[in-house]
Design a protein around this ligand. Sequence first.
Ligand code: AVI
Length: 324
Amino acid sequence: MAALARSALRYSARHEAAASESFADHVVAGLGEEQKWLSAKYFYDAAGSALFEQITRLPEYYPTRTELTILHDHARDMSGYIPLSAALVEFGTGSTKKARILIDAAPQLAAYVPVDISAEFLNQEAAAVRRDLPWLAVLPVAADFTRDFDLPPQIRTRPRVGFFPGSTIGNFEPEDAAEFLRQAGRILGAGASMIVGVDRIKDTAVLNAAYDDAAGITAKFNLNVLARMNRELGGNFDLSAFRHRAFYNIGNHRIEMHLESLQAQSVTVAGRTFEFRKGETIHTENSYKYTVESFRALAEKAGWRPMATWTDENDYFAIHALKL
Ligand code: AVI
């Protein structure tokens, strides 16, 4: 459920035109290309979302744990970038866990606006925050946060602070990440601030392990998209005839996830048949990594001024404060 929010993302420039197409259309188009590919947004059905929650607890998957540590250690400092009686607008609220750390450290906040595509999930989360923090105006917005949406009228006169944790920004192609930041600026308005969690470039072995864990959970997460096509699109993928591949592409500063065909085979899905050569892959995800400087440069290109950056003792992850 938590990851339903992510289903709205445009994971690559190539997906722009595909934003409103059906899963079936997407599969037919993506598997029909020279380099077969699928948008990472299709990972997150109920089974995929549950697997992603497991990933966040894996010993090798450092991002979630590290970001939580940075938030715990520096939330007081971050609070210095949140003006009096401001509204915190969270883009794609998978869970309110991270926002709650910030809210606890920033009693000057007057309102919390979680934005998520799943209204049902959002209302459940909002009710829980309301119960725990009765002094805070909790104003959920059910919307696709990658598109323009209206902020609640109640916060029209309040200063706004955007919140985008989880390095979800890394799943956008860099030009889409810049476009997202530009759009967030338009939505939040003049004088806004933004707090963004971003995974950092680091030792290749650490990165590779985070996306190819010993317990095989990330492999299951990746392969689940084949199972999903079987379930939803009448596919006949044999999951044992594909293997999970994840590696850091140093030149492009990104983890790439693929599903590699272990044999020559033909597969039927969405009423079409696709041929696979032995060793051929379906490219299923990019997860871009940034240095502190390269992310600041991206933010500046999108019209934001970098104000502060907090990190962990290993320099694995960064949380940036930006201002318009
Ligand atoms: C959601 N997103 C930030 C995760 C990432 O690290 O790129 C998705 C993920 N894919 C494999 N493991 C985790």
